[in-house]
Ligand binder design. Sequence first.
Ligand SMILES: Cc1ncc(COP(=O)(O)O)c(C=O)c1O
Length: 398
Amino acid sequence: MKISERAKHIKASATLSISKKAKAMIRNGIDVINFGVGEPDFCTPQYIKNAGIKAINDNYTRYTESAGIPELRQAIADKLKRENNLNYEKENILVSSGAKHSILNILLTICDYQDEVIIPMPYWVSYTAQIEMVNAKPVILPTNENNNFEISPEQLDKTITSKTTALIINSPNNPTGTVYTQQRLEDIAEVAKKHKIYVISDEIYERLVYDDVKHFSIACCDGMEDLAIVINGVSKAFAMTGWRIGYAAAPMEIIKKAIQFQSHSTSCANSIAQKAAEIALSKEDNSVEKMRVEFEKRRNYLIKALNNIPNVYCNMTKGAFYAMPNISYYLKLNSKIKNSVDLCSYLLDKYKVALVPGIAFGVDNYVRFSYANSMENIKKGVERFADGLANLHKSKII
Ligand SMILES: Cc1ncc(COP(=O)(O)O)c(C=O)c1O
């Protein structure tokens, strides 16, 4: 059976496949603590659900404009002005079926065959896949915990070639939890301007920042109006992952073309979810802040507990809801556990704790925890993780 070269290269999202296995075990009655999930464990706030119910009852159930309904595009432009000090008109906004889909529409719009798109590593799994889907080439910039998982302007400058089209920056970061400082982003913007490359700034976790850290958008830097493409959405901040609403804000020429790609794939985002997202952004109550405070408590507990495990090292994260401890020590103890996938399979099968192997993000010496889970489960799950590592240490044979 013929399948395309493109299809031969594409792999299922490793984060989703671990989660799938863990969910299947849970369905079979096995008590698994799932640190694999990339979505808030809270329910969508009631005022947003009410807006969705009202949209259904008002028969708001037809195709919408491909770009998104004007009220939502305006609510997004207003939010970007109010919270990020960014000046966009509603015509600069594309509403898609999730931020993930906005990124794909943007890549389709700006990348030609074999163009290079730079991504810092560890990277979110879908960046490499999407870059390859549009026949462009991911170019990886490695980082590690010693440089706080941040790329430097010098490193970026050296990596840019005549084929470079864009850099993707994700702050707050999945999987590392790193939040770039304003100064570092300004320095990166200088390099982007020097070489005239786009910066796709994925800000989906912007509301989840801790320790009084402030989120800053690279689009705010002087001279970035024509180069910055802001990606965001309601999934993570408003616990709306299943509603599938995300957006891009960019120069009009780019948005116009991205709308055309969208019009030929999904036609438009879900009409009911668009109405709910409009209310989420324009009539916010304190539910987002409540969730943020809870995530911060969990982060404080988890990072400390991880660092108490012998030979595990984890940076204090500043945002998102992930922690990425270095577990390299435990990859040298047993002939059956040579990499992060082996370690995660062992921990899931024997200790009923689901983690994402670092290799899914390009780095084998780490595993990723999502603390979008109850405190009780986090406590139980870290104990299981520690027991699993300790037993690996004790026995040479599993
Ligand atoms: C870094 C990053 N960007 C984008 C997304 C996608 O968000 P959405 O649900 O809006 O498609 C995710 C989801 O896990 C993410 O981690």
